[in-house]
Design a protein around this ligand. Structure first.
Ligand code: AMP
Length: 280
């Protein structure tokens, strides 16, 4: 199963991703987590990302695309994955499409967690308090000020993905204002309805079922969700053309490098190599 979880900061992507991992035995690929690890380890990627993340901005497309390209190569991702926090821009989504196409992999669905913005500040404050209570270091970007900026980034750069995936009939929208349990149940229900939950071996059956049951039903349920008109979304994409090109080049370079590494080095050494690259 290959999924994307889409939603603003605090919408519950991380929590639901963990539940999907437990239920379906897939891996969670969180670019935020990977970048935080890179920052903590002071790797070159970490040093580049640190200030951008602290300010609530988006790390350049080439960096995150390259991280994901390498991470998808690792053996634990073969069974499937849930992308949490990636893609976050249209160029990233295009780069992911290319990457998956190149690897003959298919995306099962994009699950959008739809929430009221007014609830997000409270949620992020709760997350910070819980981390503090567990004795964990609180994220530097989990403050009301930075959250405002992260939400602005989400609206400007990530929201166009709703249209992007809806056009490709991949989008399933779930009401993220329900309780954690209810959201989990709804995600599982929808994944079963489209055949993704049992699609580990039968991708075609899943696609057929999706057309019949999944997307339309889920889209209808997304009460009041506004999908941006094509023209508006296209307008948002125009300035990103350069980044799209760069991201595509990065994907090609990343997959070339991983392939070459796998050819040259014995299996174990290649694994080490890709792990090292993922760390930046
Ligand atoms: P998250 O943990 O997903 O909320 O991500 C934390 C921060 O990491 C974001 O605010 C961005 O600065 C950065 N980040 C994570 N994923 C991406 C991505 N796909 N593209 C750009 N920046 C990202």
């Amino acid at each position: 199963m290959r999924l994307i979880l889409l939603g603003p900061p605090g919408s519950g992507k991380g929590t639901q991703a963990q539940r999907l991992v437990e239920r379906y035995g897939i891996v969670q690929l969180s670019t935020g987590e990977m970048l935080r690890a890179a920052v903590a380890a002071c790797t070159p990627v970490g040093l580049q990302a640190k200030d951008i993340m602290a300010a609530g901005g988006l790390v350049p497309d080439e960096i995150v695309v390259s991280i994901i390209a390498d991470r998808i190569e690792l053996p634990d991702a073969k069974k499937g994955f849930v992308l949490d926090g990636f893609p976050r821009t249209v160029p990233q989504a295009e780069a992911l499409d290319e990457l998956l196409k190149h690897k003959h992999m298919k995306l099962d669905a994009v699950v959008e967690l739809r929430v009221n913005e007014s609830a997000l500040v409270q949620r992020v404050e709760t997350r910070a308090a819980q981390m503090r209570a567990r004795g964990e270091e609180v994220r530097v970007d989990d403050t009301p000020e930075v959250l405002t900026k992260r939400l602005a980034s989400y609206r400007a750069q990530t929201e166009p993905l709703i249209h992007y995936y809806s056009e490709r009939r991949k989008l399933l929208t779930v009401d993220g204002m329900m309780t954690i349990e209810e959201v989990t149940r709804e995600i599982n229900r929808i994944l079963h309805a489209i055949g993704a939950a049992e699609s580990k071996s039968s991708g075609k059956a899943g696609t057929a079922k999706r057309a019949a049951a999944g997307t339309r039903e889920a889209t209808k349920k997304a009460a009041g969700r506004q999908v941006k008109p094509a023209a508006k979304a296209a307008k948002g994409r125009a300035p990103a053309k350069k980044a799209a090109k760069a991201a595509r080049r990065a994907v090609k370079r990343a997959s070339e490098a991983v392939r070459k590494g796998a050819k040259k080095a014995p299996r174990k050494a290649a694994k080490k190599l890709t792990k090292k690259r993922a760390k930046g």
